[in-house]
Design a protein around this ligand. Structure first.
Ligand SMILES: *Cc1c(COP(=O)(O)O)cnc(C)c1O
Length: 226
């Protein structure tokens, strides 16, 4: 039996309905939650139907892969909002500032310096989220929760970087809710409005705990090719 073909547009509509239902259970307006459609490892043929259906917010985790797919699409659909959701090396800061509209993974001083310099040089100002390593996992990117306040302050004051929100990826083997709640708490005390949290497996929980952005791949596009 061949696999049933994936229908990203139908999947997105179903996801939106579930997201809105989860949000309203918690007394939130689901319409205020942006779905970042994560297209990593998927080709343009999978992306096109969503663009034709009017979806405009997408996420990629690698600068190089994004550079091979998105410049052409961004020339064609001028209101695309492309998010970088994977770790960024300083030597790719130039390319990232040129291509992305939102960088969700600012997590260290050296990168803040590189982004500030590139933004000044290019006159382009992608919006910025700081990534917080809520689980304090050694292998995972992100600022430690205890360093978050001083990092945000340092970016704002020393570099003039207007961080708008926070992003996290909870540990794979833990319940996500405490991590989402921690991220929301750190955002509140730093007066940050935006929270990027929730993926295919936990977006309903994230919607109930204050997410303004959920990053969804599998639920829209099916499993990624290996
Ligand atoms: C791949 C990825 C996602 C999407 O994951 P799914 O489980 O496929 O929805 C979300 N966030 C980040 C940072 C990712 O790398």
């Amino acid at each position: 039996m061949p696999d049933k073909p994936v229908d990203p547009v139908a999947n997105l509509a179903r996801l939106r309905a579930r997201l809105n239902a989860a949000a309203s259970e918690a007394g939130r307006d689901g319409g205020a939650i942006t779905i970042v459609a994560v297209t990593k490892q998927h080709g343009i043929e999978r992306i096109m139907p969503l663009l034709e259906a009017g979806h405009r917010v997408f996420g990629e985790n690698r600068v190089q892969e994004a550079s091979s797919k998105w410049p052409g699409l961004k020339a064609q659909y001028r209101d695309i909002e492309l998010h970088l959701i994977g770790p960024l090396q300083t030597n790719k800061a130039k390319e990232a500032v040129a291509l992305f509209d939102v960088i969700e993974t600012l997590d260290r001083t050296k990168l803040a310096n590189a982004l500030a310099a590139e933004m000044a040089a290019q006159g382009r100002t992608p919006r910025l989220f700081a990534q917080i390593n809520t689980g304090e996992e050694p292998q995972k990117a992100g600022v430690a929760p205890a360093e978050a306040d001083s990092f945000v302050e340092e970016c704002r004051c020393d570099r003039g970087l207007a961080i708008e929100g926070l992003m996290c990826i909870p540990p794979a083997d833990e319940a996500p809710a405490p991590h989402f709640a921690l991220l929301a708490k750190i955002a509140r005390r730093n007066r940050l409005d935006l929270l990027s949290m929730g993926m295919s497996g936990d977006y309903e929980t994230a919607a109930q705990l204050g997410a303004t952005h959920v990053r969804i791949g599998t639920e829209i596009f099916g499993p990624r090719p290996e």
